[in-house]
Design a protein around this ligand. Structure first.
Ligand code: DQA
Length: 144
């Protein structure tokens, strides 16, 4: 069975109460439930991690090498700053997909640059919780 690692970056543990007008009202637990339901329906194994710490995210990616077929990541604020996460994705060579709840291109200018996107297969941005499901659907196509 194909295995996907899902990583949620910093502050995404606060979803539900965090700026709901931008990120929606769903909590991270609810999003994870939807991810797991999608995975069951499509016979995919998913493992889900959330961290507020750049180094921890780098470690999750580094250890994923021989275990996962694909990485789905919402790097959150690290999207715009983290050379370390970008390098980790390049280093392991696992295909990666970047997702965002909000449309980062319609927001502040500093969010328009993703350091992660160039090492990802593609990016989904702006569809709320559905960004994750769209990203997973793309993942399935890539794995099969
Ligand atoms: C985000 C967008 C980022 O710019 C922001 O820092 C986040 C969440 C999103 O999912 O829309 O924390 O990745």
């Amino acid at each position: 069975m194909a295995k996907i690692l899902v990583i949620h970056g910093p502050n995404l543990n606060l979803l539900g109460s965090r700026e709901p007008e931008i990120y929606g009202k769903a909590t991270l637990d609810k999003i994870n439930e939807q991810i797991k339901t999608w995975a069951d329906d499509n016979s995919i194994t998913v493992q889900i991690r959330q961290s507020n710490h750049e180094g921890e995210i780098v470690d999750y990616i580094g250890k994923a090498k021989d275990e996962f077929d694909l990485l789905l990541i919402n790097p959150a604020a690290y999207t715009h700053t983290s050379v370390a996460i970008r390098d980790a994705i390049s280093a392991v060579g696992i295909p990666a997909i970047e997702v965002h709840l909000s449309n980062i291109y319609s927001r502040e200018e500093f969010r328009h640059t993703s350091l992660i996107a160039p090492v990802c297969h593609g990016q989904v941005s702006g569809f709320g919780v559905h960004s994750y499901i769209l990203g997973l659907q793309a993942a399935l196509k890539m794995i099969k």
